[in-house]
Unconditional design. Structure first.
Lengths: 326, 367
């Protein structure tokens, strides 16, 4: 186990360097950097720009700049956002909470609904419920989430039941403690539905197909032949064996927790990380982008590692040698 | 598939000889469920839109009817038989009663006849008549349906071309890596891991920001396709590599090696064909990703630029809440994206069941 962990962690180092270097190159490829838009602004004097140029090292070669960034990043200093003139860590931290609340609640929504529905539908294969729900799941998986976001915005506009986008109301600051929470929740309902719908449909289909695959296995037939009740067969024999891909999926979704919702945030005007990064990419705010890319990549790699560890813990058939030889 | 024909099908062999093109298609048609049939028809229709845009679109997609901005969709009416000499279908024109608020009223006293197969268009109105907006018009008074038809060129081909590129790269690199093994394999797989760990959507945005704004639509289109293929080939290569590595020790490959076949020949004639079934299914199911990627980029203003149309940039106007509330018909392109994506999903799912029945139930497209 220790050897496996050390191996995986060592493997991450070249991966992270590769990812950040590739991103750094792409951001530097862009014709004109952030400063070129400042240069067009007559209110900013050439001295200030020259000073900024020296400070951020835009006149230096690419490799040197990347080396500098990497060195600073190793000391947990991710630089300063060019547009906001605030440290990247601070900016990300300020937005992260909104995005985590949004993603976590939409994940909870989709997992908690999808898994029981998937089980019910698979157990009653080819019933009317199975057909209707499977068809709906297909629709849910195919609807682009930005389109669903537009539809929900339209619904909010026409019915007035929900706030029209935004993270909280205009008078949020003047509200009392309980009202603040209620206001937040009210603003979360539609985005959570939009983000959760596609995930829910996918998870439900996965659960259904997993159970259908296992339902006819020999050990399930044996369990039935032993005279176990259908309940125990499903919960103890089928379900436990169907869970493996979900453990892997949970690991993957750790990376989506921060920044998987950029388009929906843009359409519904939610002040989250996705929107921040979207603006950063568009305005070529290189250090902000690099900080977010690094964070996303670390989360993805750590998520995969955690998923593998959990898989070993959950499934006695999987051990460390079978994972590392993949 | 012919090789697997059961005795019942052997009887049909003579029929197949007589009509070689139609019967396999007809057989596939009979085996498909109704959602798959509808999906195939929708896709055929959309590709027809894309190929024959000037014929299907009633108007020039860039022609601005200045007096009719944000005009609502107009209904089609059947003319009474006495008027059939003038035209079968007609619509009541809309008049802009309040140009500032863009409010319209249907003018029931007038009839504008819709000419079918007139002037090189499937349907259009005569030049002196007011235009007929079946899905309404946009903020500049351009016919939304015509723009959707021209936009289908981008959206329908972005997936096809993108898949061909990433498919070719993925199968070639994956098969090579899996069959050759060793250091080559190791290096290629490390590279794929890097690409797969990139936050793909933001990477796509950053690369799209590299595209100079003055480029022609065609060049922008191909750059977007190239960027998306570059991001997505690695995943395919990894899976293909795993399959190729397992094929490597199969008896028929060892037999070929024993007979002295060269490495290139074994890869091209024995390894690649055994992976094609999977690759075809995987690429059909990955087409929606390209369509959605292009739409997202264009929606955010980083993809296809005005005045050219794509289904994504047509939706950009809906980002303005005021417009969305007052002119909901601007969401029509989104319905087209939805239907296209769903059709590819249904078709891919069906193809998987047909090509590899053993994996029939394992269907999940991660988004």
């Amino acid at each position: 186990m220790l050897r496996f962990l050390v191996n995986r962690l060592l493997n991450m180092i070249p991966l992270l360097i590769g990812i950040t270097f590739l991103s750094f190159c792409v951001m530097s490829l862009v014709p004109g950097d952030y400063l070129s838009s400042l240069k067009l602004n007559p209110q900013i004097s050439p001295e200030v720009i020259r000073q900024m140029e020296a400070q951020f090292g835009f006149d230096q070669p690419l490799l040197l700049r990347y080396g500098k960034w990497l060195w600073e990043a190793l000391h947990l200093n991710f630089g300063v956002s060019l547009a906001f003139r605030v440290s990247v860590t601070e900016l990300i931290a300020a937005r992260a909470l909104n995005t985590v609340i949004l993603s976590a609640s939409s994940m909870a929504f989709s997992w908690m609904l999808a898994i029981p529905i998937g089980i019910i539908v698979a157990v009653r294969q080819n019933s009317i419920w199975d057909r209707v729900l499977s068809f709906l799941a297909f629709l849910g998986m195919s609807v682009p989430n930005f389109f669903l976001a537009f539809l929900m915005m339209y619904l909010a506009l026409k019915t007035g039941w929900f706030p029209i986008g935004g993270t909280f109301s205009v008078d949020y600051a003047s509200l009392g403690g309980v009202d603040k929470i209620a206001d937040r929740i009210n603003h979360l309902i539609l985005p959570v539905f939009v983000l959760g719908a596609a995930g829910m449909a996918g998870l439900m289909r996965l659960m259904r197909s997993q159970i259908l695959e296992i339902k006819n296995a020999d050990y399930v037939r044996t369990a039935r032949a032993k005279g176990l009740s259908e309940r125990i067969v499903i919960y103890k024999h089928v379900l436990r064996n169907a869970l493996n891909p979900f453990v892997t999926m949970a690991g993957y979704s750790l990376a989506n927790l921060l920044g998987g919702a950029a388009l929906v945030e843009a359409v519904m005007n939610l002040q989250g990380l996705g929107l921040l990064l979207l603006d950063a990419v568009r305005s070529l705010d290189i250090y902000l982008v690099m900080g977010s890319v690094l964070m996303g990549a670390v989360l993805l790699l750590v998520g995969n590692l955690l998923a593998d560890l959990a898989l070993v813990a959950v499934d006695p058939r999987v051990d460390f040698s079978s994972i590392s030889s993949q | 598939m012919n090789a697997q024909a059961t005795p019942a099908h052997v009887a049909g062999a003579e029929g197949r000889a007589r009509a070689p093109l139609l019967s396999p298609l007809a057989r596939e048609w009979r085996k498909a469920s109704w959602p798959v049939r509808i999906s195939a028809l929708c896709l055929a229709l959309f590709y027809f839109f894309a190929v024959a845009s000037p014929f299907v679109a009633p108007y020039d997609p860039t022609l601005q009817y200045r007096g009719l901005p944000n005009c609502p969709p107009m209904g089609i009416r059947l003319a009474p038989p006495s008027k059939w000499s003038q035209g079968l279908l007609y619509t009541h024109p809309m008049t802009n009663v309040d140009p500032a608020a863009r409010r319209y009223q249907t003018d029931r006293s007038r009839r504008v006849f819709i000419r079918l197969f007139h002037d090189g268009h499937l349907f259009t109105t005569a030049a002196q008549d007011p235009p007929f907006f079946i899905f309404g018009s946009d903020a500049l008074g351009r016919d939304l349906f015509s723009r959707i038809v021209y936009g289908s060129r981008v959206s329908m081909f972005v997936g096809l071309i993108g898949v061909v590129i990433s498919f070719a790269l993925g199968v070639a690199v994956g098969a090579l890596s899996g069959y050759v093994g060793g250091l080559t394999d190791n290096l290629i797989m490390r590279w794929c891991e890097i690409e797969m760990s990139l936050p793909s959507f933001y990477f796509l945005l950053a690369l799209a920001a590299v595209i100079p704004s003055g480029m022609s639509t065609v060049a922008t289109f191909f750059l977007i396709v190239a960027i998306m293929s570059f991001i997505s080939w690695a995943g395919l290569a990894r899976i293909i590599r795993g399959m190729a590595a397992s094929v490597r020790s199969r008896p028929y490959v060892e037999a070929a090696r024993a007979l002295g076949a060269s490495r290139a020949r074994i890869i091209l004639r024995h390894v690649v064909p055994s992976l094609l079934g999977y690759a075809i299914v995987a690429s059909t199911l990955s087409i929606p990703g390209y369509i959605l990627g292009e739409s997202a980029l264009s929606l955010l203003g980083l993809g296809i630029q005005e005045p050219a149309a794509s289904w994504g940039n047509l939706l950009a106007q809906a980002q303005d809440v005021q417009s969305l509330g007052r002119y909901p018909w601007i969401l029509a392109p989104g319905v087209f994206i939805f239907v296209a994506v769903m059709s590819f999903n249904f078709l891919g799912d069906h193809l998987r069941d047909r090509i590899d029945p053993s994996s029939a139930t394992a269907s999940f497209v991660p988004r």
